[in-house]
Design a protein around this ligand. Structure first.
Ligand code: MLT
Length: 395
């Protein structure tokens, strides 16, 4: 027996596991510390009432033989697929065919699982810094990775250059961790580049609902030509607080082909073999999120989280700190004061303010010297955190 030795090329632990372990160590040493968690982007508001009501109804159905459901459809039930299609049409202004939508357990799983349909010889283009799952899953598969530099110089929105050639391109907009969001014109440059280079764009739209800027698309399919080169990933996690419920969706345009084979067919083939679908109860709750009532309710939740990012941006501006993101994103990307290194600043924040954030270095070497703060917390606790930053950090 041989192991997959590519795993040995990974960092020893996944970023958010490392942070959780450090937090536990700190808590053990300081049991009375009142820790405020602004690290992992986990939601704090409960599910919206419309989703809960449907979930309860569906659970009740499962308890009666005449309305019980066995295996779900592996690509998703029609009622949810139709709700997702309507969401694209009504809220984003994009036409998607129901057959192009595949319901899944979430975007994290999908951006990893989709790799099954691509050759391991493909070269992958990944922005640095970025959500570590893109890198780690490609390292696990032994793929060659080329990093595209995102920095303050390009507003953390890198564009392709002639030197970048790759087969699989990851784009996350609004970006995790920097909060930067591409405009339509910038995405068009990526789309043209992908078509010219016969590459596929894996577009992570998990944070689309946070976009406030009209010039930034919520879906890559708002961009001309994207149907020829892009797959979109989205999820109910950040949109509707499903981080603990798990439901997401992918859109693979029917005309997207490589070697004369439709990628949609390969993706469905992969899913029907390796996945038995999202539970009926969860799919009912997810469909309720995109009902008129549910959508109004989740927009209220998004407004709540926006208050956190607005307060962060106001405080950091007042303190003269350099920061990015926040406007179209639940994340604020802070330049560590005094040119501190990310992990040193993590320790300082934990020690002086009892605040957990995410060191930028964990998202790639270009993230060194930055620190990500999540706006998914409770409003009062976030205000308390900002007060501590103002009064205890000595900036
Ligand atoms: C994050 O904090 O980057 C995300 O919550 C992680 C995830 O979505 O898996």
């Amino acid at each position: 027996m041989k192991i997959n030795r590519h795993y040995l090329d990974l960092k020893q632990s996944y970023l958010f596991k490392t942070i959780a372990a450090k937090t536990e160590d700190y808590k053990k040493a300081h049991p009375d510390a009142d820790i405020i968690r602004m690290g992992i982007g986990d939601v704090t508001l409960p599910l919206c009432p419309a989703a809960v009501a449907e979930m309860k109804k569906a659970a009740e159905e499962m308890g009666h033989s005449e309305s019980f459901h066995g295996y779900p459809e592996s690509y998703g039930e029609d009622f949810l697929i139709n709700a997702i299609q309507k969401h694209y049409k009504d809220h984003i202004g994009v036409d998607v065919n129901p057959s192009e939508i595949v319901v899944t357990c979430g975007a994290k799983e999908d951006v990893s699982n989709i790799l099954d349909i691509f050759d391991s010889d493909n070269t992958v283009l990944i922005p640095d810094p970025v959500y570590p799952v893109y890198c780690d899953t490609n390292i696990m598969a032994g793929r060659k990775i080329k990093y595209i530099s995102a920095s303050a110089e390009n507003d953390f929105l890198p564009l392709p250059s002639d030197n970048d050639c790759g087969d699989i391109i990851y784009i996350c907009s609004p970006n995790n961790p920097t909060g930067a969001a591409y405009t339509r014109e910038q995405l068009k440059i990526w789309v043209d580049f992908a078509i010219a280079n016969n590459a596929v764009i894996l577009y992570d739209a998990a944070y689309e609902i946070f976009i406030t800027d009209k010039s930034c698309p919520r879906s890559i399919f708002e961009v001309d030509g994207a149907r020829k080169c892009a797959i979109e990933f989205c999820s109910f996690s950040k949109t509707a607080g499903f981080t603990g419920v798990r439901c997401g969706y992918t859109v693979v345009p029917s005309e997207l082909e490589a070697d004369g084979v439709r990628l949609l067919d390969l993706w469905k083939r992969r899913q029907s073999t390796k996945f038995n679908g999202v539970s009926y109860v969860v799919q009912r709750a997810a469909a309720a999120v995109f009902s008129d009532e549910g959508y109004d309710q989740i927009l209220e939740n998004i407004k709540y989280y926006r208050r956190n990012t607005e307060n962060m941006m106001n405080t950091f501006s007042k303190l003269g700190l350099e920061f990015y993101g926040g406007k179209n994103s639940p994340y604020v990307w802070l330049k560590c004061p005094g040119n501190m290194k990310s992990w040193d600043f993590f320790d300082l924040m934990l020690d002086k303010c009892n605040i957990i954030g995410t060191p930028g270095e964990g998202f790639g070497s270009n993230g060194e010297g930055y620190f990500r703060l999540s706006g998914f917390g409770n409003n009062e606790r976030t205000q308390e955190a900002l007060k501590r930053i103002e009064t205890r950090l000595g900036i």
